[in-house]
Each structure stands twice: as C-alpha cells, then as structure tokens.
Design a protein. Structure first.
Length: 450
C-alpha cells in the first residue's frame, strides 16, 4: 500500500490540531476545513492549506460529506482523518471515501456497522461470548412491553437510545410511576439527537466504574490492547477526568478485560484504534457497554504511559503497516487528564462562549496541554465547549494528582468562564485521592465540588 501523501482533517478545535501535530512530525502536509464561525481558528492557522466548508451549524459544514470529499479532491488529499465526533463514526462516510479512492483513517465501514447501534453491538458481543450489561438486545416497540420487561428484570433500569452517544437519550427509572415520563423523554431526546427514537432497556448497575480498554488492530489481524482508562468521574454521563492505570484494577482483572476487549474487536474484524467500554460493578464483574470506533478524547493518558503516538499508529495502520508490537505495552507511571470547558459550574455548567482576552497555559515537566484556542479567539457557541485537555504524567498516582493540581493552578483564562476551579476541587476530593470513585461520585458530591 502506498504512503499517505496529504491528510485532510475533517474536524476542528483541539483534536484537529492534535492530528496535525503528528502529521507534521511524519512530514505529511495537512488540509484543514472550517466553518464560518472558525475562520480565525487555530486549526486553520496551523494547517498547510485550509478550505471553507459552510455556515456555523455543523450540519451545514463539518457534517456535509460531499463538501468534505470535494475539498479533499480539490486539495489533493489522499486520506481523511475524522478526529472524534462529527463524521468519525459514520459508516456511510467511510463508504463514500472508499468510493472516492480516499483512505479513511479509521476502521472499515463493516466494523462501524457492527458496533454503531448499541442494540446491534450487544447482539454481536453476546454472539462473540463477551459479557454485556443485562437487558434487551432489540429496541422495544411499545411502552407497555418496555414496562413489563422492566418489572421482570426489576427496577432500577436504564432506558437507552439504540443510536445513542454523548450521554443523550438515557434515563434511569427507579419505579413504575416514573416509567411513563422517562420513556417519553428518552424517546424524544433520542429522536432529536440521533433522528432515531429506538430505545432499549438495560439493568441499571449500582455505582459502577467506567473502565475502558484501548485496542489497536492492523490490517493483518494482529489485535492488541493498550491498557485501560478509568473514566468514572462523570457529569451527566459525560467524562470530566480520566486516568490510567485505573486505581481499582488488579493485574489479573486488567489482563482479563484486555483479553475480552481484544475478543470484541476481533469479532467485528476491527482495524485501527478503538475503545471497548465496560462497566465494572462492586464485585468487580465487568460488562460490555459499547465500543467507540475512533480515537477517544482521552487518548493522551494512554500515550503518556505507553510512550506511543496513537495518531501516528493510526496513520501507519491505514498505510498498511504492521503494528510495531504483538502484545500489550506495559504502562509506565501514572497519567491524569482533565477536560477544560468554557462553561460556568456556578450557573449549572452553562456554556460560556465568547472572546478569550488573556490566556496563560501551563508548562513544566510532564505537562501536556492539548488546546484548540488562543488569546483573542472567540469561542463559538455552535460546538462542544471543550477548549483544552490538560494531561500530566508522574511516576505515581499521588504525584500525578499533585502535578495536575499544579498545572491547573497555572491555567489562566480571561474573558470567558471555565471549569478549572471545579476540576481542582475534584482532584482535591478525598474520594478521588482514595482512588475508588464510581460513576455517581461527581453527582453525589456536587455541592462540595462547586
Ligand atoms: P453514551 O454512548 O451516550 O456515552 P454509554 O452507554 O457509553 O452512553 O454510557 C455512558 C455512561 O452512562 C456510562 O459510563 C455510565 O456512567 C452510565 N451508564 C450507562 N449505562 C448504564 C447502566 N446500565 N447502569 C448504570 N450506569 C450506566
């Protein structure tokens, strides 16, 4: 397979820049795309070429497949890196790239199809012998059927959108009386967010941990896991802080989960970078939650402890190279990432877009700031308000926490409100320091953390 000569990055913000940095190191020219709201964005300035793709709403710009492909052809890009979000998990886009003779840097469309809808993924995983969260494997047709099923498996249950993502279309139901409103709101939210109102039921696991396994596969069937990420610090089912290694995994459990994650990836003939997400209960039983068929937001913590560049690996795998390892790369030390959002925790985490008047970013040993902004940039209100990911490495977890605190205290953003104080409060919380915090931690300690 020929080497990739030029990469179009079909994304914006920090992840577009993250991908460009590796391209530059590999000597591969980059093409950026941008919407009206991103004319002066950093990813546009950092790319070798940049093309306008449409008005601010992503549906009219970053999500317009034909426009992105047209730019790729025009700019002479022979590959597209989708980042995360936008078109990254869109199987029809992968097929359109194939048709256009452009390499999509990601898994094949068939693997995306197999893992895309949560219900289909659950069926495929059961067939492969991977334990899944107990529940249905088909969307449920009527509310009566759904209620009967919930009563059969017992409350609490989780109603979930089959096409779900980003914590949307998900409702916990504690008892029969709550079922009606939860059912309606899950369905309407699912329809709004995904254009698909199919909902299914999972048993609600009590205070689980979210632990996910990074997998990597080349085109020749070598599939390897690269350890886990603990992502239980969540708000509204969305990750806020991630770390690796997970403080709750024993070496045995890590090996077991890694093996199951590899089995999951192999079952769908996976290629490239992917993440198999699990919920781990109080007895340390683990259950498949979903597979994300792309590079994750939180990939830097894995890069810190393995010393690998996951984007470079994605590009090499897409070029047809073999993985440079055949078994897992043991982690060294500890890494923590915090997500910095333009939002106001004191005002119910309302997004706080606007012009950044002043910006000082942290530095020093073993600190990495994956930022998408600069002083003078106006953070648009059309997209995810995450402006940066701050990640650190240290030999031990305690030192990593101290380093993350230190780095956060160096972060100064003026003009917009950010969640840095909230992040510091999380890192300073005794439950976080203890390491055994579950997915209910941030909600439970809400008032303490504000
Ligand atoms: P999304 O694709 O929208 O991100 P996920 O299925 O990955 O949704 O779940 C996101 C988070 O929601 C999980 O990390 C967990 O905290 C919570 N969650 C999902 N399903 C369950 C469940 N059955 N029981 C308890 N918590 C759950």
């Amino acid at each position: 397979m020929p080497k990739i000569r030029k990469i179009l990055i079909a994304n914006r913000g920090e992840i577009a820049i993250r991908v460009m940095r590796t391209c530059k190191e590999l000597g591969i020219p980059t093409v950026a795309v941008y919407s009206e709201a991103d004319r002066s964005a950093l990813h546009v300035r950092m790319a070798d070429q940049a093309y306008f793709v449409g008005p601010p709403p992503s549906r009219e710009s970053y999500l317009v497949q034909e426009r992105i492909l047209e730019v790729a052809r025009h700019a002479g890009a022979d590959a597209i890196h989708p980042g995360y979000g936008f078109l990254s998990e869109n199987a029809s886009f992968v097929r359109a790239c194939e048709k256009a003779g452009i390499t999509f840097i990601g898994p094949p469309a068939s693997a995306m199809d197999a893992m895309g809808e949560k219900t289909r993924a659950r069926q495929n995983m059961i067939q492969a012998g991977v334990p899944v969260v107990p529940g249905t494997t088909e969307p449920i047709a009527t509310q009566e059927e759904a209620l009967a099923y919930a009563q059969k498996i017992g409350f609490p249950v989780m109603l979930k959108a089959a096409g779900g993502g980003g914590g949307k279309g998900m409702r916990k139901v504690e008892k029969t009386e709550e079922f009606d409103s939860a059912w309606r709101s899950a369905k309407s939210e699912a329809l709004n967010a995904f254009g698909n109102d199919a909902v299914y039921i999972e048993k609600y696991l009590d205070k689980p941990h979210h632990v996910e396994i990074q997998v990597f596969a080349d085109q020749y069937g070598t599939t390897v896991h690269l350890g886990e990420r603990e992502c239980s610090a969540q708000r509204r089912h969305q990750k806020v802080v991630e770390e690796t290694p997970s403080p709750i995994l024993t070496p045995e459990l890590r090996a077991q989960m890694g093996e199951v994650a590899v089995k999951a990836a192999k079952a769908v003939n996976y290629v490239g970078a992917g993440t198999v997400e699990f919920l781990v209960d109080a007895h340390r039983n683990f259950y498949f939650l979903e597979m994300n068929t792309r590079l994750q937001v939180e990939h830097p913590v894995t890069e810190w402890v393995t010393g690998l560049d996951l984007v470079a690996l994605q590009i090499k795998v897409a070029e047809g190279e073999k993985l440079p390892f055949t078994s897992t790369v043991p982690p060294r030390g500890h890494s923590i990432e915090v997500r910095i959002y333009a939002e106001d925790p004191a005002r119910n985490f309302m997004p706080s877009p606007g012009k950044i008047q002043y910006l000082r970013v942290p530095g020093g040993p073993n600190v990495r700031d994956d930022s998408g902004v600069f002083a003078g940039f106006t953070v648009p209100n059309f997209y995810d308000p995450m402006i940066s990911k701050l990640s650190v490495w240290a030999p031990t977890r305690a030192e990593a926490i101290a380093r993350a605190q230190r780095a956060l205290s160096e972060y100064v953003v003026k003009g917009i409100t950010t969640n840095t104080r909230y992040l510091k409060a999380i890192l300073a919380h005794p439950e976080f320091a203890g390491g055994d915090y579950d997915t209910s931690f941030l909600t439970r300690e809400h008032t303490v953390l504000l």
